[in-house]
Design a protein around this ligand. Structure first.
Ligand code: DX5
Ligand code: ZN
Length: 218
């Protein structure tokens, strides 16, 4: 069964508790928290405090996506805040192996993230050290962008690479997912779908939008 990890970047933070309860009621599997530093990506979002807040509100797994420079300096903080999974980008990250080891030492699941311009083969050196591969299907930094179709081939290729491993990390897709883009993504081998604006910008509400998305995935 394909999982949904709800990105709360576009949630209404004036009532975040209610929004998270609504996600739980709708049967969401994970909460996806997008951490941006205004340096690795041209936007600033949330830090460990918000992860801690979500941890107090919900028992759902917290899927923390770090879009920050020097993530190795902040792994302890994000683990202590209550992250279940911590994913770091492979780009501009000379000590990525050490960072992934540290995430696991802290009893979190480790994820590696690939930007749209990063080739699938780049994960070969770390693939046996990760629980999750996160493929960006938009340029990271903002919710509500359009899905980049050229990434479908990369998803297929990554699925093939995963099949050759003993660890079989989960394949998570992030960016521009909605009723129209989901079918191809699921068909290409996705295990986890990060969905933000298709849940929070749907006027019918959280439950209805999740039900509609699940219908498409079936
Ligand atoms: C983009 C983030 C995504 C994004 C998903 O940098 O990593 O998680 O917020 O939002 P939608 O579903 O709106 O593309
Ligand atoms: Zn994300």
């Amino acid at each position: 069964m394909v999982k949904i990890s709800a990105s709360i970047l576009n949630a209404d933070f004036s009532c975040i508790k209610d929004q998270i309860y609504a996600l739980e009621q709708a049967g969401i599997d994970w909460l996806h928290l997008d951490v941006m530093d205004g340096h690795f990506v041209p936007n600033i979002s949330m830090g460990p405090f918000i992860i801690e807040t979500c941890r107090k509100i919900s028992h759902l797994p917290i899927d923390t996506h770090l879009m920050i420079s020097k993530p190795e300096l902040y792994i302890e903080q994000f683990a202590a805040a209550g992250s279940s999974i911590i994913s770091v980008h492979i780009e501009n990250h000379p000590n990525v192996v050490r960072t992934l080891q540290r995430i696991r030492d802290l009893k979190c699941k480790a994820g590696i993230v690939l930007n749209p311009g990063t080739p699938p083969e780049s994960i070969r050196s770390v693939i046996e050290m990760v629980d999750l591969i996160l493929v960006m299907t938009v340029n990271p930094g903002f919710g509500g962008q359009s899905f980049i179709k050229s990434q479908l081939n990369k998803i297929v290729k990554l699925k093939q690479i995963i099949e050759t491993t003993t660890s079989k990390p989960a394949l998570e897709i992030d960016g521009g997912l909605n009723k129209l883009t989901l079918p191809n993504v699921v068909q290409s081998g996705a295990d986890v779908l990060v969905i933000g604006s298709a849940i929070f910008s749907n006027k019918s509400g959280i439950k209805k939008s999740v039900d509609e998305l699940r219908e498409v995935i079936k």
